[in-house]
Design a protein around this ligand. Structure first.
Ligand code: EPU
Length: 360
């Protein structure tokens, strides 16, 4: 196994920005992962002496111009297996299939494969860039579905002891774009595979506004004249991919990491105050709090849709998405995103949080 030095990380991220990794390796199985951990430990057997970072598809990170002073481990373990849930004694498992994918598998390839096999559960998460191992870390979500809805367990290796552990869904402590794996304690675990429980029984989830509109407007005639048949799995996948195309830039053309910020979650009290100033603010209930679409605030309150500063802009079709031209520096991204964060605070009183992870 090769440990390379001074590897440019820009080409391994969808933002296409950032400096070099001091050390870099690719792991294709657990043995290689242990080899990488030994390398990071050096002669020290107690704990890791070198910081390490597990790189998946690089689609939700922003690497600093100075790069990463440690070991970057590119996760390339792949392989998907299927297990019939009906074999188990559990009556609720009838019609369910357990699907286990390795951390380095491409997320959308997994979704495509499950759709092809007529398994329900991941179709609304079509078209999301990145790897399977990254999905539980930030509990990826889109169009009314989240990874946590189907994840039954996550296998991970403790980087300090080398011990493997299987986390149940509740042990993963999932919440909006958060999980145990983002906490200080959780960061020592390296995810190696994820098991999902999918269903052979059709269960279309068309609650999200964009999907509802898609199927009421154009999908219906396309499907059949009776117009009562619910959409099939592949029709839902096609719809999600088409909707995403209209909102997100093409990764081959510009640098981006998708939504740069999380949608803010505020108290009822804060929302009531906001509504006095901006009565049309859309909202979604989120437990005992309120979730606000930041794209709406950026567009309608701040007038920042399409806002450009040098090579960095807020994407015209979806201002939550920050895009950068080739050759942009981390500092230039920071300059625009800090300004936007301050404007939102001034206009609404809301502190917005980054969704993209910084690697420095
Ligand atoms: N809107 C505007 N102006 C615009 C665009 C949107 O006012 O130019 C308003 C509309 O009211 C729209 C609302 O903003 O209904 C919300 O927009 P959208 O439905 O496109 O989704 P979002 O809340 O901005 C979230 C996720 C996306 C995910 C979409 C679709 C976060 C941070 N982002 O975006 O996930 O694809 O929903 O479900 O939760 C990601 O996490 O990286 C990501 C791309």
């Amino acid at each position: 196994m090769k440990f390379l030095e001074n590897v440019s990380l820009a080409e391994y991220t969808t933002f296409k920005i950032g400096g070099k990794a001091k050390y870099f390796c690719v792991v294709k199985n657990e043995e290689e992962l242990y080899e990488a951990l030994d390398f990071a430990k050096g002669k020290n057997t107690e704990s890791l002496i070198m910081p390490f970072f597990i790189l998946g598809g690089g689609s939700n990170i922003l690497v600093s111009d100075d790069g990463f002073d440690g070991l970057v481990v590119k996760m390339e373990m792949t392989g998907v297996s299927f297990e019939d849930g009906e074999k188990s004694d559990n009556k609720t498992d009838v019609g369910k299939i357990l699907v286990t994918a390795q951390a380095g598998d491409n997320w959308d390839r997994l979704v495509a494969e499950t759709v092809k096999k007529e398994l329900w559960g991941l179709e609304n998460l079509s078209g999301i860039p990145g790897t399977v191992g990254a999905a539980p870390v930030q509990d990826i979500g889109a169009y009314g579905a989240e990874a946590k809805d189907t994840i039954v367990s996550v296998r991970a290796i403790d980087s300090t002891t080398g011990a493997a552990r299987t986390f149940t869904n509740s042990e993963c402590q999932f919440s909006y774009r958060e999980s145990f794996f983002k906490t200080a304690e959780g960061k020592k675990y390296i995810i190696t595979s994820v098991t999902f429980k999918l269903s052979k029984i059709p269960s279309p989830n068309l609650s999200y506004k964009d999907l509802k509109e898609y199927f009421s407007e154009n999908g219906r005639e396309e499907r059949d004249s009776l117009s009562s048949r619910p959409p099939s799995l592949s029709e839902i996948r096609k719809a999600v991919i088409e909707i995403r195309k209209g909102k997100f830039p093409e990764l081959s053309k510009v640098g981006t990491a998708g939504s740069f910020w999380k949608n803010p979650i505020i108290s009822n009290q804060q929302f009531e105050k906001l509504k006095i100033r901006y009565p049309n603010t859309p909202s979604f209930s989120f437990g005992d709090k309120i979730k606000i679409p930041l794209a709406w605030i950026l567009d309608n309150v701040c007038g920042l849709k399409g806002y450009t500063k040098g090579p960095v802009s807020l994407w015209t079709n979806q201002p939550l998405v920050v895009v950068a031209e080739k050759g942009t520096s981390f500092k230039e991204i920071e300059s625009l995103t800090c300004e936007v964060t301050n404007i939102v605070k001034q206009k609404t009183g809301i502190d917005i949080e980054k969704e993209v992870q910084y690697i420095a």
